[in-house]
Design a protein around this ligand. Structure first.
Ligand code: ZN
Length: 280
């Protein structure tokens, strides 16, 4: 069922738990996530990233997302992850996404405010939830090339001003995670998170959740993070399980084995994030 993203995130914020935002790249992955959400009666943020247009178009993703929102018993939000292009975000809203992220985190503070405000104005009238990013969550794949993930920590001092100026609904913060696979376990600054939480009235989001360590993520979930993005762990689990399973010798079994691994991964993260059962 289609549920209001804003309401869902506030419930998580008040209840001290996080909701997994799972990136889908086809109907198999979307179905795997929805199946677990339905069985566990827990909320799910079904995410589609703008950068995955090469794998699946926005239109096809919208069709899949709308289908599961309509037909699944689980509480589902259809979310656009890392929207960078205004027209792309606009199209996503028209196609039924009820939550969008505008990522202008690599721009200056002023430009980030301006671009975020533009999307907020566009989305609010349609009842669509908007997430922005302040500070910048980098990428692990950059480490080999540049020696750094490119992350810039979110400064608590600027959070309140950003939220006041943009009226955004939720905020992705940079506190030590990065996108993709880590070498080792990242060091998350809970001190920074605590400072941000104290000045921020809206739900907070953690990007780069995959392989950040269960203890880290569990602590984030009870320390003010209401949405945690996971992608890499799902595709890694699916691929590894197919490689390991000697019984897999046809396409149908391969797909099923991969989906089962994704399902187990989500089940695991529901526990780690302390996600509560959805109540209407
Ligand atoms: Zn991200």
């Amino acid at each position: 069922m289609r549920v209001d993203a804003k309401k869902l995130l506030y419930e998580a914020k008040i209840g001290n738990y996080a909701i997994p935002a799972c990136n889908f790249i086809d109907s198999d992955s979307a179905r795997a996530y929805c199946r677990v959400a339905e069985k566990e009666k827990k909320p799910l943020i079904l995410s589609y990233a703008e950068k995955h247009q090469g794998i699946i178009s926005l239109e096809e993703a919208a069709m899949i997302g709308n289908y599961f929102q309509e037909h699944s018993q689980a509480a589902i939000v259809l979310h656009l992850d890392h929207g960078e292009d205004k027209d792309f975000i606009k199209r996503a809203i028209e196609l039924g996404f009820n939550s969008v992220m505008i990522d202008a985190s690599s721009q200056s503070f002023e430009e980030n405010v301006r671009l975020t405000k533009e999307i907020v104005d566009l989305a609010k009238s349609k009842g669509v939830q908007v997430e922005a990013e302040l500070g910048h969550v980098g990428a692990n794949e950059l480490v080999d090339k540049t020696g750094s993930t490119g992350s810039i920590y979110t400064e608590a001092e600027s959070v309140k001003r950003f939220v006041d100026l943009t009226q955004v609904d939720s905020l992705a913060v940079s506190i030590g995670t990065a996108h993709g696979l880590y070498k080792g376990t990242p060091k998350i600054s809970f001190e920074a998170l605590d400072k941000i939480r104290k000045v921020c009235s809206i739900p907070l989001v953690l990007h780069g959740g995959s392989s950040s360590g269960d203890d880290n993520l569990s602590r984030c979930a009870i320390s003010g993070i209401s949405k945690i993005n996971i992608y890499t762990d799902f595709i890694t689990a699916a691929f590894t399980s197919v490689q390991k399973d000697a019984e897999v010798n046809n396409w149908i079994d391969l797909k099923r084995t991969g989906q089962l691994a994704m399902e187990n991964t989500l089940r695991h993260y529901y526990e780690v994030f302390h996600t509560k059962i959805y109540k209407e």
